[in-house]
Design a protein around this ligand. Structure first.
Ligand SMILES: [Zn+2]
Ligand SMILES: [Zn+2]
Length: 181
């Protein structure tokens, strides 16, 4: 049984009392679950399909499919690019008190009345932020001397071997080294 699109990842278990499973759709503003970063902006909202399955009296198995788009900067040329993210959160939630030590392996506890998976979803999405986004594997980046974007223009700077390889095209540095020998 489905209900309307919601905007939160907090579920009231009163709605789920007489059912064995239930699907929810949610469009959740990323800022509402604390996903706000300077270098990686989640483009609102997070699209979530959440299914709750009852397992015995005390357990609820939760699976959430999340799709969203991230706006990041290419590490070489600093142009913005969008990264599509699709991920899944699986949790077994048991009624009880959260132990003082963080549980591993996707098992967690809730109070039997309100199930809030915001933090679980947040943690999974943080891991999806790419550490080294590139607009293209062959992006030439910016000239470290004059800042010209080398994908669209050329400059006349001499790139020396002291230039960090990551900031320039490693193949041009290599061919220069071979020319010199
Ligand atoms: Zn680039
Ligand atoms: Zn230059």
């Amino acid at each position: 049984m489905k209900e309307g699109i919601r905007n939160t990842l907090v579920f009231d278990m009163k709605d789920f009392r007489d059912e064995d499973f239930k699907e929810y759709e949610a469009l959740v503003p990323s800022a509402s679950i604390d996903l706000t970063y300077e270098e990686a902006k989640f483009i609102d909202p997070l699209s979530c399909k959440v299914t709750l399955f009852r397992q015995g009296d005390n357990n609820i198995y939760v699976t959430a499919d999340i799709t969203t788009t991230l706006s990041v900067e290419c590490r070489r040329c600093i142009n913005p690019l969008e990264v599509d993210i699709t991920t899944t959160v699986d949790l077994l939630c048991s009624i009880g008190n959260e132990p003082s030590e963080q549980e591993e392996g996707g098992e967690r506890y809730y109070d039997g009345e309100t199930l809030d998976i915001s933090e679980d979803v947040r943690q999974v999405l943080v891991l999806e932020i790419p550490a080294w986004p590139l607009c293209s594997e062959t992006c030439k980046g910016l000239c470290p001397e004059c800042g010209t974007e080398l994908n669209t223009a050329e400059c006349s700077c001499e790139i020396t071997n002291e230039t960090p390889v990551s900031a320039s095209n490693p193949f041009s540095v290599l061919s220069k080294m071979l020319d010199n020998s």
